[in-house]
Design a protein around this ligand. Structure first.
Ligand code: SAM
Length: 207
């Protein structure tokens, strides 16, 4: 991932546009996590908070972490509009996840979607995996290499397969439930409807 994808890039991106209106949760999150009983969750690279808000509204106690203070501010404003049931369940955390991660073995769910770190993505994923409690779930969603053909994710270095992410997990400690390419409908550049291709990894840390 290019060096320019640093905190300044994300700050400028979020400052330069209107805050997202009550964004929808990611469909891969809804599919993969919808049936899990709520517990503690880390949304790593939460952006403007749609996934964190969805998790909190389903009873999860969420730590929503991002490098961009503007994204966090926008996210918090949206959560506040939904009342204390949601907002009391979310802790917003400004953090560079390439530097450090929240505590090890702490979360029942660690979920990360389209975080393109400057530096080693593998190191970031390993750190996030370490934050999952025994018996907990890791959900990693990103741009599959086949998504390049949609023209939506054209930045070099942001693509990886679910199998590549799964290969980072020690099979003695992890049970991989899903490692595949999934589609997702979205509004692309110019407002046209596009079908995007995500890599989706869901794994359970053995108790
Ligand atoms: C493409 S956005 C995805 C946001 C959200 N997960 C979603 O699916 O809509 C990537 C997010 O990762 C955050 N991010 C990038 N590098 C980061 C880092 N090193 N530590 C924490 N957050 C980071 C950015 O600020 C941005 O909000």
């Amino acid at each position: 991932v290019p060096e320019e994808f640093d905190s300044t890039f994300w700050e400028e991106r979020y400052r330069g546009r209107a805050a997202a209106r009550a964004g929808k949760p990611n469909p891969q999150l809804v599919t993969e996590i919808g049936d899990l009983p709520p517990g503690t969750a880390l949304d790593a690279g939460c952006g403007e908070g749609a996934d964190a808000i969805w998790l909190a509204s389903r009873g999860w106690q969420v730590t929503a972490a991002d490098i961009s203070i503007t994204a966090l501010r926008n996210a918090r404003e949206q959560a506040d509009e939904l009342g204390s049931d949601v907002t009391d369940r979310i802790t917003w955390m400004e953090i560079d996840l390439t530097d450090r991660a929240p505590d090890e073995e702490r979360f029942d769910l660690v979920s990360t979607h389209y975080v393109h770190p400057v530096g080693s993505r593998d190191a970031l994923f390993r750190r996030l995996a370490a934050a999952v409690a025994p018996g907990g779930t890791l959900l990693v969603v990103g741009h599959d290499p086949s998504d390049r053909s949609t023209g939506h994710s054209d930045t070099p270095g942001v693509h990886f397969t679910a199998q590549e992410a799964a290969a980072l997990l020690d099979p003695g400690r992890w049970e991989v439930a899903v490692a595949e390419t999934r589609t997702r409908n979205a509004t692309g550049h110019g407002g046209r409807e596009v079908t995007l291709r995500d890599s989706v990894l869901r794994a359970r840390r053995r108790p």
